[in-house]
Ligand binder design. Structure first.
Ligand SMILES: [Fe+2]
Length: 126
């Protein structure tokens, strides 16, 4: 069972961004499935790294869109992206250095952040 089920109600109306949001949801589900299946650290690290990298690519594209649309709340939204990037990168670093292990609870926290961000913040852009 997927951790997150994409809803078309979350679309912001920009095809690139909507597809990237769908991909992020898929990566979250992939990571969850790998954890639930008891996959090894190498497999989990690979998916987590993809999630971190993809989040950065996605934020950069979303920020370009906000600039192009002259989005009034851009500075605040940018700060939220920066904060989340720091959080997820820090977590990835800790995981890589063996100081932490992935928990379902942490994944649920990341998922909640992402879904709430798409629904409450990204929707305002489109
Ligand atoms: Fe955003």
């Amino acid at each position: 069972m997927p951790l997150v089920t994409w809803s078309d109600q979350w679309k912001i109306g920009n095809t690139l961004i909507d597809n990237q949001h769908k991909r992020l949801v898929s990566l979250m589900n992939e990571l969850n499935d790998a954890m639930v299946a008891g996959k090894g650290n190498d497999a989990l690290e690979k998916i987590l790294r993809a999630l971190v990298t993809y989040t950065q690519t996605h934020f950069a594209d979303e920020e370009k869109l906000m600039v192009r649309l002259n989005y009034k709340d851009y500075p605040r939204h940018l700060a939220i992206h920066r904060e989340f990037t720091t959080t997820i990168k820090g977590f990835h670093e800790k995981y890589r250095s063996g100081n932490s292990h992935l928990t379902v609870q942490l994944l649920v926290t990341l998922k909640d952040w992402l879904v709430n961000h798409i629904k409450n913040e990204d929707q305002k852009i489109g």
